[in-house]
Design a protein around this ligand. Structure first.
Ligand SMILES: [Zn+2]
Length: 444
């Protein structure tokens, strides 16, 4: 199955043509679109106009792509403070779709699309799916939530535009997910990595080995996931698992997508211009250096984003990819500055914990991080499920595994944390984005 799929995936698909633009042409296109976007935003969005004036930057100052560094940033708080419609650059009558994200604190953020914006979003999603090897004839199970979240509808229109068959099952109802995957002979899927793992687990309980089904490719995202998690998913499902990067503020899924070689998502640079900055100073970092991803939309009409700070930590990869795409890549995003935990003064990311846990044999890809404070000191407990074999084993084996994990975590994080091995299925499963961290420190 994989061998023929491999050939199909490597064959050039017409929707991918813009992925291969000669760099000089791409840069000219980016500059033209950037200047048009700035004009439009300046004329229509008060916050941007005032900020440009406060920075003493004029539109005429932006003559090359490198001049972009002179422009002010946009941050998530700007979307909250102008809630709901304050950043729109066109009349409400031109807007045909609204999405919103349920911020964990306070007001949600609202994003808007014109007909043209939806067409661009659909086209980048079709290009993402084509790079995952999805083709006309594929049966695509869309297990992302449909609704205000951009995941479901983003994939939906991309699959249809590509000419494949979409099953709009949405998230949840896991038994039905498994039944449909088998009965409808599903060949491609999208979900959050954690929810897909839950589907696989449920399938196994129902006596179905997903590796024996026609499923061969999947696009996963909407939460950070590690390379070890990818390997677990690929082995358990017998598929290629690709990273799909996006965020509602920019368009939704489809900002960047991995190709067959899985060497980090290619940014659809003809629509989204990427930069990497030092999150502390706000200055652009040298090529290849890690920092915060900043994106400027180049074609968005309803709600252009100028130098939007994504809070995602990554690096730009400029070396050519064997697939031949000229689009630059970002390193897979395992970390969001929002996810950073500060434990006894040390910065810790859940994805580092995930990678360390899953590198040890006997663990299952289900874990949770519990933070408490005892006598003013932060305590971290990592709960991880272990395989039934380990769990039913002698106490000594469990103690050994526990020590092994504590050492692995200490090596990765630089601090000693406690580990609890728990029975399979004892950590609550999510139907969307996984809840990895339970922070009880504020309650004490
Ligand atoms: Zn590539």
């Amino acid at each position: 199955m994989i061998a023929t799929a491999e050939k199909a995936a490597l064959r050039f698909h017409p929707v991918s043509a813009p992925d291969y633009l000669p760099v000089a042409n791409l840069q000219q296109l980016q500059l033209d679109r950037l200047q048009a976007t700035l004009r439009r935003t300046y004329d229509n969005v008060e916050l941007f106009r005032k900020r440009m004036q406060a920075h003493g930057v004029r539109l005429e100052d932006i003559r090359t792509l490198d001049d972009i560094v002179q422009l002010p940033f946009t941050v998530k708080a700007d979307l909250r403070e102008t809630y709901p419609y304050g950043l729109f650059a066109c009349p409400l009558s031109d807007i045909v779709r609204l999405h919103a994200s349920s911020g964990t604190t306070g007001k949600p953020i609202v994003v808007a699309y014109t007909q043209d914006d939806l067409a661009v979003w659909t086209s980048v999603m079709a290009r993402a799916l084509a790079s995952y090897g999805v083709r006309s004839g594929d049966i695509f199970q869309n297990a992302h939530g449909y609704g205000l979240f951009t995941g479901g509808l983003g994939f939906h229109y991309g699959v249809e535009a590509l000419g494949a068959t979409v099953i709009p099952i949405s998230g949840g109802n896991t038994d039905r997910q498994v039944m449909i995957m088998r009965d409808f002979k599903v060949t491609a899927i999208c979900a959050t990595p954690s929810y897909f793992l839950h589907v696989l687990e449920r399938a196994a309980e129902m006596g179905i080995d997903v590796r024996e089904l026609p499923l061969r490719t999947g696009g996963f995202g909407a939460e950070p996931w590690s390379e070890s998690m990818r390997r677990r998913i690929e082995a358990a499902a017998g598929i290629k698992a690709y990273d799909c990067y996006g965020l509602s503020e920019i368009t939704g899924p489809g900002v960047a997508a991995e190709c067959w070689f899985q060497r980090g998502p290619h940014v659809f640079e003809d629509h989204f211009y990427p930069e990497i900055i030092d999150p502390e100073t706000g200055r652009n970092v040298p090529e290849g250096t890690e920092g915060e991803l900043v994106i400027t939309t180049l074609s968005k009409q309803a709600m252009p984003m100028i130098r939007y700070r994504t809070r995602d930590i990554t690096a730009l990869i400029t070396e050519p990819c064997p697939c031949g795409r000229t689009l630059r890549r970002i390193r897979r995003i395992g970390r969001r500055s929002d996810d950073m935990l500060i434990i006894r003064g040390v910065n810790v990311f859940p994805s580092q914990i995930e990678a360390a846990l899953l590198a040890v044999e006997g663990t299952l890809p289900h874990y949770q991080i519990i933070l408490t404070r005892e006598k003013g000191l932060d305590q971290m407990e990592v709960q991880v499920e272990v395989t039934p074999e380990v769990f039913s084993d002698r106490i000594r084996a469990l103690v050994q595994l526990n020590n092994q994990l504590m050492n692995a975590l200490e090596q990765t994080l630089g601090i000693r944390v406690s580990v609890s091995l728990v029975e399979p299925r004892s950590i609550q499963r999510s139907e969307g984005k996984a809840r990895r961290v339970i922070d009880r420190r504020r309650l004490e």
